[in-house]
Structure formats: C-alpha cells, structure tokens
Design a protein around this ligand. Structure first.
Ligand code: ATP
Ligand code: MG
Length: 664
C-alpha cells in the first residue's frame, strides 16, 4: 500500500458519517427532506403516490381497509394486472429498450437480450401455453429454476393469467421442492434441465424428477427448459413433461389478454428459506406488493428507465422477485441477470460485467462484499467501474469495514450505499436511507422509510433508549406486507403479531408486527439491525448480540469474516465461540488470536471475550449466503448436527468440527 493509500484508509476508518455527493443528489429521484413529515401527516394517503406508479383497469376505493387487523387490505377493489404493468404499458415508448440483459456463466456464450417487446411476446406465448396445459386462474404454479431468463418469463406469464407462482430456489433439494409443492397443492411445475456452476454443467432435472416423485397429489404438467443443450444429461422427458421451447413455438404469436386481478388477489407465494425451522408460505398480493416494489425501487435504488440496473441476488429469493423482476420492470428499466458465481472464471467476473454493460446501480449482499474484500482490491481495480451511481446491500447486517471497502473500492467514494433492511414477509425495503437525502452511517441501515412506524422496544413493548439493544417492531401496516401464511391464518398471527399485539382487539393501534430481529437506534433515529433475536448469547447474565461481537472481530486487521455463537459453559452459562476467516495473506496464529480477543475487549468489554477462536477457510452458509449459526452452535456444544442439506458448502462442517475438538 502506498503512503497516500494508507492515509486514505486511515481517514475512512475514522469517519462515521458520509454524505451523498452533490452530483448524485442533483439527479436523485427523491430529494425533498419534507417527505418524512408529509407522509406522517397524510397517512395512509401517502401511499397513493406508490399506487400512481401503476396502471389500473379500475381505480381503488380505499387506500387501506384496516377493519380486521392484522388482515389488512390495500387499495381495495382496484383492478390491475402485474404483467401489463411490467410489460404492455412500456411498449409504446420503450418497446425497443432492453428489459432483461441475461449473462450466462460460460464466457464464450453469447448473452441473451430481451427488449420489452421481445419479453412481452414470449410472456404471451408462454401464458397461452400454460393455459393450454390446464393452468387456470388461482392455480399455484411452482418454479424450480436457476437463473435463466425463462424464469422471469414464466413468472410474468403466470401473473398475466392470474396464476400465483411459487418459486423454489434451484439450489434447494428435491425434498424441499416436494414439501413446497405439497404445501401449496401445486399441480404444475416449470423447471430446467440444468445450469452452469463454476464451469460444470449441473444436472437439475434429476433433482426435479426426484422432487416430483415425492409430491403426494397428481401433477398435471411439468415444463422443462433446455438450458444446457449438448451439455445436457440426456434425460428423456416423462409423460406429462413438455419442452419449453416447443410449447412456445407452438404458440407463436399468441396473445393473451391480461386478466383483471383484484388488488388483493394473490400474486405469489414464497416459502422462506427456513434457516430457522419449518418453511412458511408467505403470501403476497397484487397491488400492494407491486406498488411497494416499484416505489422502493424508485426511491431507494434511484432507478430510472434509462438505467442499467443489476441486482446480483437469485430470483429464488424475495430479493430477486422484488428487485430483479417486479420493481425494475414496473419502472421500465434494464435489469441485468447473471447465471453464475462471482469468482468464475476469475474473481473479477462481476466487475467485468459492470464494465461491459455500464451498470448504474449494483445491489448485492454483505457476504459477497466480504468475499470481494478477502480477495483484494486488485480485482475491481482492473476494471472501469465509473458507470456506477449507487450501491446497495441486503440480507444481513454489514459491518462498517465491509461497508467502507464497498464504498471506497467499488463506489470510488462517489456512490451512496443503501443498506436495506427488510424480509421476505415485508415484500420490499423497510429501513434504509433515502440516498438523495440522508447521510449514511456505515453499519447502520438508517431510518425507517417515510410512512413507516418502526420502533425499537423492550420485551414489554416500551421504546428503549437510544444505544440500547431491543427488538425491532413495525407499528403500522404498509402496502407490501405479507397478507397471511398460505392457508394458515393462525400461524400468521402467532408468528408475527402475537408477541406485541392485543390479539383480542379490533383496533389497528393494538396490532404490532414483530419481524423477530434485534436492533438499536441512535439519537438521529438511525437503526442498526443486530440480527435475529435468537442470535443472542447470554454470558454470565449479560445478553450479547452476536452481531456486535462479530463486528468487533471483523474490525481487526486481517479478518475477513466472523461468526459468533454461544457454547455451553459451566460458570458463565454461555461462552463466546468465534469462527474466523482471515484475509488472504494472514496467518491464524497466536498473535492473530490475541489481536482478535483484544479487539473484542476494546470495543465491547472483557465480558464478551471469546473463549475459543477457531480459524477456518469457510463458514457453513445457506444457499442465500446466511451463516448457519445453529450448526456452529451444535459444533461448539459437541451436539449431534441437524440438517445440513440446505447448506451451500456442507463439507466445511466436518473440517470445523475437527478444529474445535483440537481447541478443546
Ligand atoms: P427464515 O425466516 O426462513 O429463517 P430468512 O429470515 O433468512 O429465512 P429472509 O426473509 O430472506 O429469510 O431474510 C430476512 C432477514 O435477513 C431479516 O429478518 C434480517 O434478519 C436479515 N436482514 C436482511 N437485510 C438486512 C440488513 N440490511 N441488515 C441486517 N439484517 C438484515
Ligand atoms: Mg426470516
């Protein structure tokens, strides 16, 4: 590192607040600070503006019907169609503009570009095909697909004919597919022969077929996309299985009138990843969800029709639903879709794509950012990233060091970073800065979006003092909220409302949504999400958030990533176990161990001192990149390990186990 660079790093390390650049502010979609007050005063009327981003066949009566909490209804009796809003209405002005820019993993393969007109055509043809296969309005169509363009086509085709979709992440097991098809009584499946991952042509259809064998009712039809061509695994299609391309060709030129859906009709089901137990069928509806996805895309991601926008999540997660497909396409922008991993063929693949397509906004996850940081800045430095205007992150808390690295090495200190807190259940972003208005504080997501009543409370529901850890609650409904858990209203109330609501009351004021995350708030109203409520360690009666300890560890030079869990301890109740990944070029020796322990003592106090520091090349992660703390806890306690099938890297578990045994 040169002296100049060293000074820059040192300055950034100290700096706790960052202002958006004037250049960004001067072009931002939302720049009037008054929006917060305005929305508060005109609530729930403030959401009319979000509804105005959509085209309606029939206008709605009421913005909000809160007569039966927590079963809220938004934009009552309005009629609209999501596929019309994402496609048809753009045709006249933007038909030739690119809607989806698809990049496959193999570098020698041509990318596939769909203009709005081309996407519209294929969605119509596939919608007609689905109808011919017997799909009727309100039938749930399951999609078990990797990142191929036929996935958004299928989603929009379903939306067109009013058939809700349920997308199951392609990395999930056959069993996960069967469970979800059974839970939703889904009789239709759209899947794929395979896809490329780090150069290998993976067989996906075998898994899909195995899943189908576990479905406990008749499956009427399965559609199979041929992604791999000659690299395919030679499966013959079974009875009732159809080739996607043939179906589309058979319906060439077909036009399907978009069904007029009621505002509250179901758009899709999404089973949450299940990092914490049995999957929940989160139900999202048509108008509220789309308005929320579109409004937040515009206000937070600053999307404009002429942008090339890229969210590197997988469409198998809610992030991909709201911020690859629905939000961006509702706004008529260009949405980039990438099939592969960031390190294939080299660790600069993302930066190569940003450069080639002149990406304006990049929305990714802290786990990816920490990997970039570990790999080193030389990879982004090889590329011209000057097209970038805004950066975003989602999925888990981001530690200040990773935030600053992203800000400096990807954004060149010119792009605001939006750290967006939200969940599958919220439909879209909830807590984050508005990039054209608010200063940023690394490590803190920011204030709640305008019109949202988010509070940090104690176990009794009383607001806690700034700086104190508490529980995050949402005290007023919002348009993008889940409406229920599919066919299970009771679990919906119990999971999300019972904790802080008077469940006998009809007064919406008595109903409080509890997302099960811990958080703290500062004097400016900025919220730092500390992670799931169950991620708390109780050391000698002190409740310590794992996130705070992890932050302290990741603040130590040379540490790339850390996960902290509680291990049983005779004296203390629980003791802090830290699993640590080092940056390339650092050794996991005693000196490093001491610096880590010292770092925790300095920033939190001796009470949080890790009992064990275990160096590992990887952490067990779910396919969505979330650390499986439950497993690390079981390892620390030498317990039998639970299900590891949803892990991206199951092989690492044994490796860590051996290391922990050696520590003991
Ligand atoms: P499951 O609910 O099935 O266990 P999940 O919670 O991992 O799965 P998601 O809905 O994708 O499924 O994740 C939402 C959670 O991710 C939030 O509740 C929060 O814990 C975490 N999260 C998301 N974004 C942020 C963020 N910007 N900062 C901190 N935490 C975040
Ligand atoms: Mg969750």
């Amino acid at each position: 590192m040169s002296e100049e660079e060293g000074q820059l790093e040192a300055r950034l390390e100290e700096q706790e607040e960052f202002e958006p650049s004037e250049e960004f502010v001067s072009q931002a979609n939302v720049t009037d600070e008054g929006i917060y007050e305005e929305f508060e005063e005109d609530w729930p009327g403030c959401w009319e503006g979000a509804a105005d981003l959509l085209d309606w066949y029939e206008g709605y009566d009421e913005v909000l019907d809160d007569s039966n909490p927590p079963f809220y209804k938004w934009f009552t009796d309005g009629k609209l169609n999501v596929s019309d809003n994402c496609l048809d209405r753009h045709l006249e002005e933007r038909g030739d503009e690119v809607a989806i820019e698809w990049v496959g993993e193999p570098t020698d393969e041509e990318n596939r570009t769909f203009t709005y007109e081309e996407l519209h055509r294929e969605v119509n043809e596939f919608a007609a095909a689905l109808r011919d296969l017997g799909v009727e309005e309100d039938d749930v169509v399951t999609m078990y697909m990797p990142m191929v363009p036929e996935l958004p086509v299928a989603m929009l085709a379903c939306a067109r004919i009013g058939a809700p979709h349920s997308v199951v992440f392609a990395g999930f097991s056959a069993e996960a597919l069967a469970t979800r098809m059974n839970a939703a009584d889904s009789e239709f499946l759209v899947t794929c022969d395979g896809y490329y991952r780090r150069g290998d042509a993976l067989d996906h259809l075998e898994k899909a077929n195995e899943g189908l064998d576990g479905v406990d009712h008749d499956v009427e039809a399965t559609v199979v996309v041929d992604r791999l061509g000659d690299d395919g695994h030679g499966h013959d299609l079974r009875d009732g299985q159809h080739d996607y391309a043939e179906l589309v060709a058979d319906h060439e030129g077909a036009e399907v009138e978009p069904v007029h859906r009621d505002a509250e009709d179901m758009l899709f089901l999404m089973y949450t990843s299940g990092t914490t137990g049995k999957p929940k069928g989160v139900k999202h509806t048509t108008a509220g969800y789309l308005a929320w996805a579109a409004w937040t895309s515009q206000a937070v991601l600053d999307i404009k029709p002429d942008d090339t926008y890229w969210c590197s999540a997988d469409i198998g997660w809610i992030t991909g639903h709201s911020y690859i497909v629905y939000g961006p396409l509702a706004l008529g922008t260009t949405s980039v879709m990438y099939e592969g991993t960031p390190d294939y063929p080299e660790r600069d693949r993302l930066w190569e794509i940003v450069e080639e397509y002149e990406v304006d906004q990049l929305y990714t996850a802290p786990t990816a950012i920490r990997a970039f940081m570990k790999w080193g800045k030389q990879f982004p430095e090889e590329h011209d990233l000057s097209s970038l205007r805004l950066l975003g992150t989602v999925g888990e808390p981001i530690n200040p060091r990773a935030w600053k690295w992203y800000y400096q090495h990807i954004g060149n200190e010119e792009c605001p970073v939006v750290d967006t807190w939200w969940q599958t259940e919220t439909g879209g972003m909830m807590v984050t800065t508005l990039p054209g208005i608010k200063k940023m504080k690394p490590g803190s997501a920011g204030p709640p979006l305008p019109g949202l009543d988010v509070r940090i409370v104690d176990t009794k529901g009383e607001e806690v003092e700034p700086g104190r850890a508490g529980y995050l609650t949402v005290n007023k409904p919002w348009p993008g909220m889940l409406r229920t858990l599919y066919q299970n209203d009771e679990r919906f109330v119990n999971e999300y409302w019972a904790e802080y609501s008077d469940t006998d009351s009809d007064d919406p004021e008595d109903w409080v949504y509890f997302p099960e995350d811990g958080a703290k708030i500062d004097e400016d109203g900025y919220i730092t999400v500390l992670g799931r409520v169950d991620d708390v360690i109780n050391v000698s009666g002190h409740r310590l958030g794992t996130m705070e300890i992890e932050s302290a560890i990741v603040g130590v030079e040379g540490v790339a990533e850390a996960a902290v869990v509680g291990g049983d301890h005779e004296m203390k109740g629980e003791a802090v176990y830290a699993y640590v990944i080092l940056e390339d070029g650092y050794e996991g020796d005693d000196d490093m161990r001491e610096r880590i322990v010292g770092g925790v003592e300095d920033s939190i106090g001796p009470i949080a001192r890790p009992e064990a520091v275990v160096f590992t090349p990887e952490l067990p992660k779910t396919r969505s990149g979330k650390i499986m703390r439950r497993l690390l806890e079981q390892i620390a306690n030498d317990e039998e390990l639970g299900d590891t099938t949803t892990l991206r890297n199951p092989e690492i578990v044994e490796d860590i186990q051996t290391k922990v045994e050696r520590e003991d």
